[in-house]
Ligand binder design. Sequence first.
Ligand SMILES: [Mg+2]
Length: 184
Amino acid sequence: MYPKNAEYCVFDLDGVLADIVKGAQKYVDYMYGRHVPDTWIGHDLDAEELEEMLTNEEFFAFLPPIKNAPKALKTIEKLDYKIIIVTGRKIPIGPSVSWLIDRGIPFHDVVPMNKKDRVDLAKQINPLLFVEDNYETAKNVKEYCYKTLVLAHPWNDFKNPDITIIRDLMDLFPYIGVEVCQKG
Ligand SMILES: [Mg+2]
C-alpha cells in the first residue's frame, strides 16, 4: 500500500523510459542479422524469437533510455512527487531496478504490473500523472488519474480528443501545471 496523501506520477518502463525498439533493432541485428523497422510494426521475428528476446535479461540490460527520460524524472523528483514505475517484463525485477539506477532515473518504487494491475493501481492512488505508450492502457486508467499522457510511437497513432499525446517526456510538465525552463 502507498501512503494516501502523497502525489504520485506513474510511468510505464518499456516504450516510455526504456527504448525497446532501438534495443530490439540492435539485438535482432546481432542475433539474426535481420532488421527491425522503426515502427516495430511488421517486424519479422517469429513467436519463439520474440519470446527468447523478451525473457532475456541481457536484452533489457542494454536498452538505451528514451530521450530526456533521466532529465524529466529528475525534475519530477525535485518537485517532490513520488515516482512509481510499472513494468510488464517477464524477467525478475532486479535488472530493471539496476538499469534505472545506472541511468540516473529516480523512482520511489518499481513494480511488475500487467494491464489490469495498472488500472487497480490508478484506482487506489489516483495519481497526478500516468504516462503510457499503450493507448488501451491509457484509456483504461484515465478516469482515475488527474492527467494521462501517451508518449508518441508509431503503434499508438490514434485520434481521441480525451487522450493527450506527447512527443518528448519534457513536454509533460505543462499538463501537471509546472513550467520548466528547457534551456540548460
Ligand atoms: Mg510499454
